[in-house]
Design a protein around this ligand. Structure first.
Ligand SMILES: NC(=O)c1ccc[n+]([C@@H]2O[C@H](COP(=O)([O-])OP(=O)(O)OC[C@H]3O[C@@H](n4cnc5c(N)ncnc54)[C@H](OP(=O)(O)O)[C@@H]3O)[C@@H](O)[C@H]2O)c1
Length: 313
C-alpha cells in the first residue's frame, strides 16, 4: 500500500464539493479517475462533514470498487480549537467512515497541531484505529519538525505525509532554506526546516492550495496583483505547450525536489490539463528561478554559482 500511496503525484482535494449535487460530484470523481487520479483528500470539517457525505453518496451511486480508491481524511480542527485527544481522534474517524460509506480510510492526517496534545494519547488512538482496520496509514498536516518528533516519540506508525501550503506565491518552506543568515523576512524560519526534515525522514509533502495566494484568498493566475508572474508563466507555458496552471503546479514539484504530491480542486474545465507525472518535466534552472523571483515580493533565489544551494533550482 505504501508504494501505491507514493505513486500518485496528484491528489484530488474535496474541500469545495460540500454544496455540489451528488451527480455532479460523481462526474468530477469520474473525470479524475479517467485522468489517472484515484487519491482523494478529505477532512471531517470540510462543509461540516458535507464534503465527505457527498463523496460517499457519489461513489456508492457510481459503484466504484473501494480498492480502486485511495481515500484520505483529516481530523483535529474543532470550532475554535484544535483537538488531538484520543477520544476526539477516534470519534472523528468513525464519523468520517460513516459519511464516506466505507469501513476504512487509507490515510488519516492530524489536520493542525494541537499544542496541548499528549503524544501517548495520539499513539493509543492510532493503535486502536490501526488494529481495528479503520485506518491503514497515518500522517500530519501543517506540522513542523519538532511536532513530528514529539509524535514519533510515542507513535509506532511511520508518519508518511505532511500536508502543507505551498505554491509559487506561498513558499515559506523553501524561503528560509535559501536565505540562511540574512537580514530579510524570508530568512525567518516559519516552518522549521520542514522541507529538509521531510527529505531526511522520507516524509512526502502534500502541497495544499497550489494555485491560491494568501490564506485561500483566490487564485494568483490572471490576478493583476501578480502581473509579472502571470506574464512569465504565460510566456514559458507557450514555449512548453502547457497551460499556465499546469506549468505553475509542475514547477512546484521541481522547486520542492519533486518529493511532493499536490492537493488541488479540479472542478472547472479551465483547471484541467495536469496529468500525474508532469512534475518530472525537464525545466531549466533559469525558468524556475525567473518564476519564483517574479512574484510581487521578491525572494532571493540563488544561482548555480552558489554551491550547496542549487537544489532549489
Ligand atoms: N491541510 C490543510 O490545511 C488544507 C487547507 C486548504 C486546502 N486543503 C486541501 O487542498 C485542496 C486544494 O485546495 P484549493 O481548492 O484551495 O486549491 P487550488 O487548486 O489552489 O484552488 C482551487 C480554486 O482554483 C481555481 N482554479 C483552478 N484552476 C484554475 C485556473 N486555471 N484559472 C483560474 N482559476 C483556477 C478553481 O476555480 P473555479 O471555482 O473557477 O473552478 C478553484 O476555486 C483542498 O480541496 C483540500 O483537500 C488542505
Amino acid at each position: 500500500m505504501a508504494d501505491t500511496l507514493q505513486q500518485g503525484q496528484i491528489i484530488h482535494g474535496c474541500m469545495r464539493i460540500a454544496g455540489m449535487p451528488v451527480p455532479e460530484a460523481g462526474d468530477l470523481i469520474g473525470r479524475a479517475l479517467d485522468a489517472g487520479i484515484n487519491f482523494f483528500d478529505h477532512a471531517d470539517i470540510y462543509g461540516q462533514g458535507k464534503s465527505e457525505a457527498v463523496f460517499g453518496d457519489a461513489i456508492r451511486r457510481l459503484g466504484i470498487p473501494r480498492d480502486q480508491l485511495v481515500i484520505q481524511t483529516k481530523c483535529s480542527i474543532r470550532a475554535g480549537f484544535y483537538d488531538c485527544s484520543k477520544e476526539h481522534i477516534i470519534r472523528s474517524v468513525e464519523g468520517s467512515l460513516k459519511r464516506l460509506g466505507t469501513d476504512y480510510v487509507d490515510v488519516l492526517l492530524l489536520h493542525r497541531p494541537d499544542t496541548l496534545m499528549e503524544p501517548e494519547e495520539v499513539a493509543e488512538a492510532f493503535d486502536s484505529l490501526e488494529s481495528s482496520g479503520k485506518v491503514k496509514n497515518f500522517g500530519v498536516s501543517n506540522h513542523n519538525p519538532m511536532q513530528i518528533e514529539l509524535l514519533s516519540k510515542s507513535c509506532r506508525q511511520k508518519l508518511m505525509f505532511n500536508q502543507l501550503q505551498f505554491s509559487l506565491v506561498h513558499t515559506p518552506i523553501v524561503d528560509s532554506g535559501i536565505n540562511v543568515n540574512l537580514y530579510n523576512d524570508d530568512a525567518m524560519v516559519r516552518a522549521g526546516s520542514i522541507l529538509e526534515y521531510s527529505r531526511i525522514h522520507g516524509i512526502t509533502i502534500q502541497a495544499w492550495s497550489p494555485l491560491q495566494h494568501g490564506f485561500i484568498e483566490g487564485v494568483f493566475l490572471d490576478n493583476p496583483n501578480f502581473a509579472a508572474l502571470n506574464h512569465n508563466l504565460a510566456t514559458m507555458a507557450r514555449k512548453k505547450g502547457l497551460t499556465p496552471a499546469t506549468l505553475a503546479i509542475a514547477l512546484d514539484f521541481e522547486a520542492s525536489g519533486q518529493d511532493a504530491a499536490y492537493c488541488r480542486y479540479d472542478q472547472s474545465p479551465k483547471a484541467r490539463g495536469i496529468k500525474p507525472g508532469q512534475g518530472g518535466l525537464p525545466f531549466e534552472a533559469r525558468m524556475v528561478r525567473t518564476l519564483f523571483s517574479s512574484r510581487k515580493r521578491i525572494t532571493l533565489i540563488q544561482t548555480r554559482q552558489s554551491p550547496g544551494l542549487s537544489w532549489v533550482l
